[in-house]
Ligand binder design. Structure first.
Ligand SMILES: [Fe+2]
Length: 222
C-alpha cells in the first residue's frame, strides 16, 4: 500500500503574494513529492509496506524516518494555510490565552521560535500529553508524532519554503505566513484529538468541556 501524495487543498497561486506560485510549484511538486516518492521506494517489499504513515514514522529511523516524517509534515503544513483566513475561533483563543497568557504573547513566541530555529526545521504548536499547548522547535524532519503529541499548527522554516521570495528574511516570511493561518484547521485538530481519546477523556476536564462547546458550535452552524 503506497503512501499517497495528497492533493494541494487550493490552487498553486491561491496563497499569493504571501506564498507565491513559484514557491509552491517547487515546494509541493518537487520537495514534498520527493519525500512521498522516497518513502514509497524505501518501504517497497519491506515490513513497512502495509503500515500507515503514522506507524512508519513511529517505527523507522534513518532515511525512511526522514522521508516519511517529511511527507507527514508537508501534508500538514499545506492544511495550516488558507486563501480565506478567518479570525481565530473564540474557544481556540481562550485555550491559547490559558497557556500563553494572551494571543499576542503566543504569536510573539511562535514567531521568535520559528525565526531562531537553527538550520532547517519546523516550528509547531502542539498539545502535549498533559493536554497543554506548547510551541516547539523541531530540526530537520522531526515531528510531534514521535512524542505522541497532537500536532495543531506548523510553519516550515526550511529555506525551500521561503527563499525564492523572501531570500534570507526568514522572519518576514513567518510574519506574513501568520496572517494566512487557517485557525479553523487548528481547532479541528483539537476536535480530532478528542475523538482519538474518547475512551479516556476525563470527565470535567477543561479540554473536554472546550471540545463539547466546539462540537456544539459546529452542530449549530451546520
Ligand atoms: Fe518544506
Amino acid at each position: 500500500m503506497a503512501i499517497e501524495f495528497p492533493k494541494l487543498p487550493y490552487d498553486m497561486d491561491a496563497l499569493s503574494p504571501v506564498i507565491t506560485k513559484e514557491i509552491i510549484e517547487y515546494h509541493y511538486n518537487k520537495h514534498h513529492k520527493a519525500y512521498v516518492d522516497n518513502t514509497n521506494r524505501l518501504i517497497s517489499g519491506t515490513e513497512f509496506e502495509d503500515m500507515t504513515l503514522n506507524d512508519i514514522i513511529l517505527n523507522s529511523d534513518g532515511a525512511l524516518f526522514n522521508n516519511a516524517a517529511q511527507a507527514f509534515n508537508h501534508e500538514f503544513y499545506w492544511l495550516c494555510m488558507t486563501p480565506d483566513p478567518k479570525p481565530i475561533n473564540k474557544k481556540m483563543k481562550d485555550l491559547i490565552e490559558r497557556d500563553f497568557g494572551s494571543f499576542d504573547d503566543f504569536k510573539e513566541e511562535f514567531i521568535q521560535k520559528a525565526a531562531t530555529l537553527f538550520g532547517s526545521g519546523w516550528c509547531w504548536l502542539e498539545l502535549n500529553v498533559d493536554e497543554k499547548l506548547i510551541i516547539t522547535q523541531r530540526s530537520n524532519a522531526d515531528t510531534p508524532i514521535i512524542d505522541h503529541h497532537k500536532a495543531l499548527l506548523t510553519c516550515d522554516v526550511w529555506e525551500h519554503a521561503y527563499y525564492l521570495e523572501y531570500k534570507n528574511e526568514r522572519k518576514r516570511y513567518i510574519e506574513s505566513w501568520f496572517e494566512i493561518v487557517d485557525w479553523d484547521f487548528v481547532a479541528s485538530n483539537i476536535v480530532d484529538y478528542y475523538h482519538d481519546l474518547t475512551e479516556v477523556c476525563r470527565q470535567n476536564s477543561e479540554l473536554c468541556d472546550y471540545i463539547d462547546e466546539l462540537q456544539n458550535q459546529n452542530e449549530v452552524n451546520s
